[in-house]
Design a protein around this ligand. Structure first.
Ligand SMILES: [Zn+2]
Length: 220
């Protein structure tokens, strides 16, 4: 079963007398929004939310872009799909932020064809995550002849290495999941460039420790 349409309709109910509720009372009328979820099997779900009007209807109708084609029974996935687009309604605390911790940076992460192929096969934008980097070893720059002589005749100069940007790879997936760019924070700290601060498998050739990340919530 798949969602085919989500529709919001504001309704107002006239009241002859004030309607008391737990946080106050309504005078004259009260406003609700009826939310209809239509599916390709003809089953329609109905829900109701407080408040209404043009902006509420626009927010609910805006969910179509996220939810059409989704199985309405996959509730856990639905929750994550709508928690960001509805964050502005009622100041939803489920609004999601992401933090990308230190990792090996694109500066230091040369990878082989198997990694490049794996990324390109999984992500439409896979090719954008790689950059060609030419060897900038200062010794080779200063004494190019020493290294030129090491190459057999007919062989081309040492080609560029392909470096993977893991931060960009994570950022793109988070954006695809619905996070906004301003809610994605990155430490932008390369572990391989900073072995004095961080462990790095690559910089320390496998004889290294582990980095721990801690996430907390602060009262605001
Ligand atoms: Zn680096």
């Amino acid at each position: 079963m798949k969602i085919t349409n989500i529709k919001a309709t504001t309704v107002t109910v006239p009241l002859e007398a004030p309607l008391r509720h737990s946080v106050g009372s309504h005078w004259g009328r009260f406003v609700r929004t009826i939310v209809e979820v239509e599916t390709d099997e003809g089953i329609i779900g109905l829900g109701e939310m407080g408040g209404g009007g043009e902006s509420t209807e626009a927010a609910i109708n805006g969910l179509n872009a996220y939810l059409i084609g989704h199985d309405p029974l996959q509730l856990e996935q639905l929750y994550w799909k709508i928690c960001n687009p509805t964050a502005s309604l009622y100041n939803n605390r489920a609004q999601m932020h992401a933090a990308i911790g230190p990792c090996v940076g694109q500066c230091c992460y040369a990878v082989g064809d198997e990694v490049i192929d794996a990324f390109k096969s999984q992500f439409a934008y896979g090719a954008e995550l790689f950059r060609e980097v030419y060897d900038d070893d200062p010794v080779k720059k200063k004494y190019p002849l020493l290294f030129l002589t090491a190459r057999a005749p007919g062989h081309s100069p040492i080609g560029p290495q392909t470096h993977l940007d893991l931060v960009a790879a994570n950022r793109r997936q988070l954006l695809d999941a619905g996070l906004t760019a301003e809610n994605i924070w990155s430490a932008d700290l390369c572990t391989s460039c900073h072995p004095e601060k961080l462990f790095s498998h690559r910089a320390e050739h496998g004889f290294t420790g582990r980095t721990m990340g801690v996430v907390g919530v602060r009262a605001i």
